[in-house]
Design a binder for this molecule. Sequence first.
Ligand SMILES: CCCCCCCCCCCCC[C@H](O)CC(=O)SCCNC(=O)CCNC(=O)[C@H](O)C(C)(C)COP(=O)(O)OP(=O)(O)OC[C@H]1O[C@@H](n2cnc3c(N)ncnc32)[C@H](O)[C@@H]1OP(=O)(O)O
Ligand SMILES: NC(=O)c1ccc[n+]([C@@H]2O[C@H](COP(=O)([O-])OP(=O)(O)OC[C@H]3O[C@@H](n4cnc5c(N)ncnc54)[C@H](O)[C@@H]3O)[C@@H](O)[C@H]2O)c1
Length: 310
Amino acid sequence: MAQATRVFFRHFSSSSSRFGNIKNVTIIGTGLMGAGIAQVAASTGHHVVMVDQTDDILSKSKANIEKSLQRVVKKKYADNPKAGETFIAEVMSRLTTKTDAAAAVKNTDLVIEAIVENLEVKKKLFSSLDKAAPKHTIFTSNTSSIPIKDIAVATQRQDRFGGLHFFNPVPVMKLLEVIRIPATSDETFNTLLAFGKAMDKSTVNCKDTPGFIVNRLLVPYMMEAVRMVERGEASPQDVDTAMKLGAGYPMGPFELTDYVGLDTCKFIIDGWHKKYPDNPLFMPSPLLDKLVSEGKLGNKTGEGFYKHKK
Ligand SMILES: CCCCCCCCCCCCC[C@H](O)CC(=O)SCCNC(=O)CCNC(=O)[C@H](O)C(C)(C)COP(=O)(O)OP(=O)(O)OC[C@H]1O[C@@H](n2cnc3c(N)ncnc32)[C@H](O)[C@@H]1OP(=O)(O)O
Ligand SMILES: NC(=O)c1ccc[n+]([C@@H]2O[C@H](COP(=O)([O-])OP(=O)(O)OC[C@H]3O[C@@H](n4cnc5c(N)ncnc54)[C@H](O)[C@@H]3O)[C@@H](O)[C@H]2O)c1
C-alpha cells in the first residue's frame, strides 16, 4: 500500500474520537458550569449525556438550559422565531440525562467533570469512571484551582487526561483554557484543542500551574478586593462601581463572587491556602467564611454580598 493511502486508511478507519472527532460527550455535574457546558456542546452538534446526583437536579438543569437557549435564540433568530424554536428542539433532543455515572460513560468519547471543587470527591469519581469507560475515552476536569495531575493519578489513563477550564456563563464567555499534564499525549491534547474549536471557543494552551492563566491573576485581585472591605477602606458597592467604571470590567469583584458562587470561591481559596500556607495572597477571608457559614452563597441562594431575585 502506498504511504499516502496507508495514512488515509489509518486516519479514517479509526474509532470516532481518535483523531479529534469527539461526538459523544458525558458531562458530570450539571450545576452552573455543567449545564452551560452541556448547552454549548449540544448546540454545536454533540450528543450529550448529563449526569448528576438526582433526577430532580437534572430536570432543573435541563430547564435552565432551555431558558438560556431562549436568550440565545432571541438574538440569533430575531428575524425567524420559528427557526429559533426548531433550533431549541434540536439542541434539547441531543441532551439525555442519567444519575448513574458509570453507565453514562459506556459509550462516550469525552468526559467533562464539573462537580464540586474537592480533590477527594473528584478522584473517587474518576477512579470509578476509569473502570467503566472505553479505552479511547478522554477524561477532563473543569476544575478552577486543583492541579489536573492530582486528579489524573486516580486513573490508569494519564495520557488521555487533561483539563478543560470553561468560564461562566459558558454560553457567553469565548475562552477555553486547555490544560495538559506531563503525561498527556500530543494526540489527546490536539483532540482537546479541536474539541474547543468545535465548541466555538477560543482556546489557550495552559500548563498545569496553579490557576492556569486566568485564575492565577483573577484570584489575587478578588482576594485583595475583599481584604479592602475587611480593612474598612471601601464598601463592596464602591469597589464594584470603581472596577466597572474605572477599569472597564463587566462586573465588579463582589458581583462576580456572587455570580460564581461563594462556596466555590471558598473551596478555591481554602485549597490554595492549604497547599501554600505561607503565601499571603491565599490567606482565607473571614468575611467570605462568615457569609458561606450563613448559607449566603450568591445568586444561587438569593443572597451573597448582595441580595438577588431568585
Ligand atoms: C470579592 C470576594 C473574593 C472572594 C474570593 C475569590 C476567590 C476566587 C474566585 C475565582 C473564581 C473563578 C471561577 C472560574 O474558575 C473562572 C470563571 O468563570 S471567572 C468568571 C468569568 N466571567 C465573568 O467575568 C463574567 C463577567 N460578566 C459578564 O461578562 C456580563 O456581566 C454577563 C454575565 C455576560 C451579563 O452581561 P450583562 O450585560 O450584565 O447582562 P445581560 O443580561 O444583558 O447579558 C448580556 C448578553 O449575554 C447574554 N447572556 C447572559 N447570560 C446568558 C446565559 N446564561 N445564557 C445565554 N445568554 C446569556 C444575554 O442574553 C445578553 O445577550 P445579548 O442580548 O447582548 O445578545
Ligand atoms: N462557578 C464558576 O463560575 C466556575 C467557573 C469555572 C469552573 N468552575 C468549576 O466547575 C466545577 C463546578 O462548579 P459549579 O459552579 O458548576 O458548581 P455547582 O455547585 O453549581 O454544581 C455542581 C454540581 O455537581 C453535582 N455533583 C456533586 N458531586 C457529584 C457527583 N459525585 N456526581 C455527580 N454530580 C455531582 C451537584 O449536584 C451540582 O449539581 C468546580 O470544579 C468549579 O471549580 C466553576
